[in-house]
Structure formats: structure tokens, C-alpha cells
Design a protein around this ligand. Sequence first.
Ligand code: HEM
Length: 464
Amino acid sequence: MTTPTIRQAPAAPGDLPLLGHTLSLLRRDRVGYLTSLQPAGDLVRLRIGTRPFLVLNSPELVRRVMVEEGKNFDRGRIFQKARPYVGDGLFTAEGSEHLRQRRMVQPAFHKGQIERSVRIMNDVVRDQVASWRPGSTVAMDREMHVLASEIIGQTMFRAPEAREVVDLARDELPALLAGLGQRTLLPDFLARVPTGVSRRFDAACDNLRAAADRLVAAYRDNHGDLHDFVSLLRSARDARTGTTMSDTEIRDQIMTLLIAGIETPATLMSWAMYELASNPGLRQRLEAEVDEVFGGRDLTPADLPALTLTDAFVQENTRLHHPLWILMRRAVNPLTLGGVRVEPGDEVLYSPAAMQRNPSIFADPLRFDPDRWLGDAPTQRMQQAFLPFGLGNRQCVGDAFAWVQMKVTVARVVAGRRLVVPAGYRPKTVVSSIVHLDRLPLTVHSRPRAAAVGGPDHTEGHES
Ligand code: HEM
């Protein structure tokens, strides 16, 4: 018997002529749709337009593609399509060029660099939290975007000229990501339709690229070594090839960092604020932990390991609200995957967000429950299926940075304020290249008897 090809793999329901499953994949609850495919098997075939894709529904198959067979796959068509817009940085580069870039960028994310960033993160969040007036209602989605962009800005770019590009990234990223999703995912005949989204996308890319070019020129003309991300790239020489980075390459890495490093943490931190506001019992336990660990002083890297409940809270938040609904790979060599023959050019996809909601792996998957990560509670299968930063040679270069940033943010907010969900509010998600939380208004209260730095007001707190 011959091995079935990808076209002969079991099809997901709802295959339409010409469009395939494109409409199901574009509906608002895409994660729900991808989760609904899990009972159909570890491998299911979808079509986007007329192109077939294999959906990987098990953590074992994801590991095979990303790690064991990693050299047999590249990022694929979507990233190829993104390259003219977002540049040829770490996110879109392939093969030996990707490895060269990775070796040069990685040192910016070493442990020592991240530890040095903790103080900046602490200060940025502390000041932002202190600006939330008790009794007021704060647009928390916006606040978390400001926080994420400030943290990237202050930890990675020390030149004063960076302010322009960081502010621009904060403001233009939603338009950029919405357009990027359409340009790369839709069949070409639909992606080229000149809509408002498409025009805003082109303008956002042009503006960001021009501002990043100006920043590279400012470093070249006005600054020596500022001991930051751009200085590191300017002086980096790849040990294996002896090559350095051109101004254009540095510009592309700056764009990559801004595109990859703001929106995802901002989204997860917004959800974290929502969960803090929605779970008063949990918030009290977190308050007890942060008071005990760093009380009324600033947070240091040495405090982080003791914040175990905060860590479990961040982990559960990252599990339940993962913003990446789809990741793709394209085969460059033939192989067999789960009994299906995959030929060069065939594409596979998996959804971190859906995998982390798989009910056969996570009991009661839609319930927010940080305790599932504490002590002996997590099973081996849960740990295998929790892949928020991907796997293998394309694993997120900012994973440790993002984790520390989310932990510091949650700890500092808990230390300084109490948040309450306004009556009648229901969270709503919006999908662009990522799934994010739409408007999040939260009411802010002081913490009674809070000994916290950055929130020393003495107004009476209100219990939620
Ligand atoms: C919680 C927030 C974040 C999440 C959930 C996340 C998730 C991911 C995932 C899943 C990948 C792998 C994509 C793939 O396999 O195709 C990735 C790659 C990447 N991420 Fe993150 N990320 C986050 C934050 C950050 C931050 C803060 C930065 C930078 C400061 C960053 C920079 C990157 C870059 C440059 C890549 C491409 C790496 C490569 O291909 O070598 N990310 N991210």
C-alpha cells in the first residue's frame, strides 16, 4: 500500500470550492475553529484557497517538525510574503542566513542582559502604575501597549533619537499587524484588493522603515557604544563568517524587534490585568506573595525565583490567552509525517493557542487556574503541549525577556493597585496577525495598607 500524500490526508469539515477553509480560518473565533479540529486526529488537512496544509494537532508532531526534522522545513510562503514589508530580519531570514543573524542577535538576550533589564522594567512599570489615579477607569489595553513599548525602548535603545521609532511602533503596530495578516494569509487575488486596511498597512510599513533608517543613521553619526541592542549589532562580527551587519540589516533587525517584541507581550499583559481584576481570591494570594518577597522596595532579579504564584499566574495567562493562533512551516526535503508523505513545498501549520486549550491535555481548558502549574500538578503532557515560544532553531529569541517582563508587570501592579472590571464589561477579542483583547477599561483602586513603592496613596481601597 502506498503512503497517502498531503492531499489524501483526512480533510477537515467545511471544505468550499476555490476558498477551501479560508472563511473558517478568517472567522473571529479562529482558535475555537482550530481547537474543534483536534478530535479529528493528530493530522488533518485544510485548504487555504486551493493550497493544502497539514494541521499538526499533537505536541509530538509539533516537536518532530520543529526540532527533529527542523532542517527539513523552512518558514514558508507566509514569511516569504512578509519579507518585502517587514524586512529581512531574524523573523523572516532562512537557512544559513538565519543562523548567521541569530548568532549576532542572540547576545542581546543573554541572562546578564536580561538581569540588567529587570531594574528598568521595574522602574517603567512602577511609574506607570503610580500614574493610575485610584477611583479612575483606565484604558488598560492602551496602558499595556505603552508599557511594552517603553520596556523595549528603554532596555534596547539608549539613543534619545529612538523615541520617534518606539512611539511610532506603539501607534502603528495594530494597523501593521492587521494588514500583514491579510497580505500574507489571503490568496493573492483577495490580498491585493485596495481596502482601507491595506492602505494603512502600506503607510505603517513605510513610516516604521523610514524611522528605523533615521535611528540607524543617528547611531552612526552621533553615538559611540551605548551598550544597547543597536550598538551590539553595530559592533557584532560573526565568528564563523567574519561578516558584520550593514545599516540596512541593522534597520531590518530593529523593525523585527519592534514588530515581534511589543504586540505579543502587550496582549498577554492586558489579559493578565483582566484576570487579576476578575479573580479577587487569587489576587489576594498574589498580594501576600509580593508583600512577602519585595514588600515596599523595588524588585531585583534576585526576587524573581521566589515569586512562584506570580510565575504560575503568568504561565496560566500565557496558556489560556496565547495570541499566536497559527504558525507555519514548509518542507524543503521529502519526509513521512504521521503516516502521510510530505513533499518539498508542502506546508504544515499548528496553533499554539489551540494546542494550549486541548481538552484532552488540559482539564477544563477554558478555566483560568494558575494552580494547575504549581507543585506536582502539571503532567508531562501538559508540559509538552505548553509551547508559547515555539521550539527548535526558530524558538523565540525574546522568550526569557518576555517572561521576566510579564512577571515584573504582574508583581508591580499587584503591589501597587487593585483592579476591578466595570459592571457589564465582557472581554472581546480581535484577530489580526495575532488574537488580541479589544478595549479593556478597568477601574483602579488603591491597595489598603499597601506598603508598595509606586502607589503610595492613602485613599480607602474598595474590594471587588
Ligand atoms: C510573550 C510574548 C511573546 C510570545 C508569546 C512570543 C512567541 C514567539 C514564537 C512562538 C516564536 C516562534 C515563531 C515560529 O516558530 O515560527 C517567536 C519568534 C520570535 N520572537 Fe517572540 N514572542 C514573544 C515576545 C518576544 C519579544 C519580547 C521579542 C523581542 C524583544 C521577540 C522576538 C522574537 C523574534 C525576533 C523571533 C524570531 C526568532 C527566529 O526566527 O530566530 N518575541 N516568538
